[in-house]
Design a protein around this ligand. Structure first.
Ligand code: FAD
Length: 309
């Protein structure tokens, strides 16, 4: 019987890993989790994934990836992995996953459980995601040529995103609820000297407005408590991501923010567990880099399984 691999997650990294492992004739099960297709299913046009001259809709791209993995025999389960244990069977490691419908053992595991962008938690905000409300400047900045946008955040990544967005936008407003920033002095200085950036301090967004797309926001002044309507074309939220790693807490090393830390190429400190995509990526966080990671993890996994045969 062929060796059994579990892939946890069905974003670009998990599904690409699934295409590679199933094509390598390994018995592959992909746990889809609560968001089959991952983060790209929450957006519309993807213009920077190679191979699609005129772009492709996020959900369509992910549906295609899943079908491609299934074509080579990958099984998909619309289930979440809750826990894992590892032990030894003969001389080989064995991994027992607890998932919604029970427990199953595997010879190797690829963790591709991604991360979730933090949004502001405003009422009804979901309807604007990808429609004027964004969490990734590299992904969506291009759609804002000569438009006015708001960046929310106070850390280095907010400053970096604001500077980057001035390549496209005619004006970028940095909105922050106080006058204290977490960003480094140099990043604040860079933003301050950028003529296209304006600061709206002691303000927070209390409402997103617009029929099908954001057309304005309501801003509340934290000192005067006054609420004013502010016309704007888009809002970029840069307040961080939450890696989906609760189910491995205490079992695998992670950084302070909960991102997993691969040890040997894509392999974790536990031999037989591989890591791919946004769950370990604090820098690039793109569909193509996640897909590339999935490929690397699958190939490392295949080689490792051969080595313990
Ligand atoms: C709104 C938006 C727009 C974006 N636009 C672009 C763009 O235009 N171009 C671009 O390159 N990138 C874009 N990105 C970034 C891109 O979506 C991510 O970099 C990419 O999806 C990361 O892929 P991933 O496979 O690592 O994880 P994710 O896409 O985060 O997928 C994680 C998967 O893991 C599953 N999962 C989580 N926990 C468990 C568990 N315990 N058990 C089982 N399954 C689990 C989830 O259900 C999900 O299927 C965008 C992101 C967002 C949020």
């Amino acid at each position: 019987m062929s060796q059994k691999i579990a892939i946890i997650g069905s974003g670009p990294s998990g599904l690409t890993a699934g295409i590679y492992t199933s094509r390598a004739n390994l018995d592959t099960t992909i746990f889809l989790g609560i968001q089959p297709g991952g983060q790209l299913t929450t957006t519309t046009e993807i213009e920077n994934f190679p191979g699609f001259v005129n772009g492709i809709q996020g959900p369509e791209l992910m549906e295609n990836m899943q079908k491609q993995a299934e074509r080579f025999g990958a099984k998909t389960k619309f289930e979440t992995v809750r826990d894992f244990k590892y032990g030894v069977s003969g001389s080989k490691p064995i991994f027992t996953l607890t998932h919604d419908s029970g427990e199953t053992t595997y010879d190797a595991v690829i963790i591709a459980s991604g991360a979730s962008a933090r949004y502001l938690n405003l009422p009804g905000e979901e309807k604007y995601i990808g429609r004027g409300y964004h969490s990734c400047a590299t992904c969506d900045g291009f759609f804002y040529k000569n438009k006015e946008i708001i960046v929310i955040g106070a850390g280095d990544s907010a400053m970096e995103e604001a500077n980057f967005l001035t390549k496209f936008a005619s004006k970028v407003y940095i909105v922050h609820r106080s006058e204290n920033f977490r960003a480094s002095k140099i990043m604040i200085e860079r933003a301050k000297t950028n003529p296209k950036i304006e600061w709206l301090l002691n303000k927070s967004i209390v409402s997103l407005n617009g029929e099908t797309k954001i057309g304005s926001v309501d801003l509340k002044d934290s000192l005067t408590k006054e609420v004013t309507n502010f016309p704007i074309d888009g809002v970029f939220v840069a307040i961080g991501h939450i890696p989906n790693t609760d189910f491995v807490k205490g079992k695998l090393s992670m950084n302070e923010a909960g991102y997993l830390l691969p040890k040997n190429r894509t392999m974790s400190e536990i031999e037989g567990i591989f890591i791919a995509g946004d769950v370990e990526d604090t820098i690039y966080r793109q569909a193509i880099t996640a897909a590339g990671d999935g490929c690397r993890a699958a190939m490392d996994c295949e080689k490792w399984l051969e080595s313990i045969e």
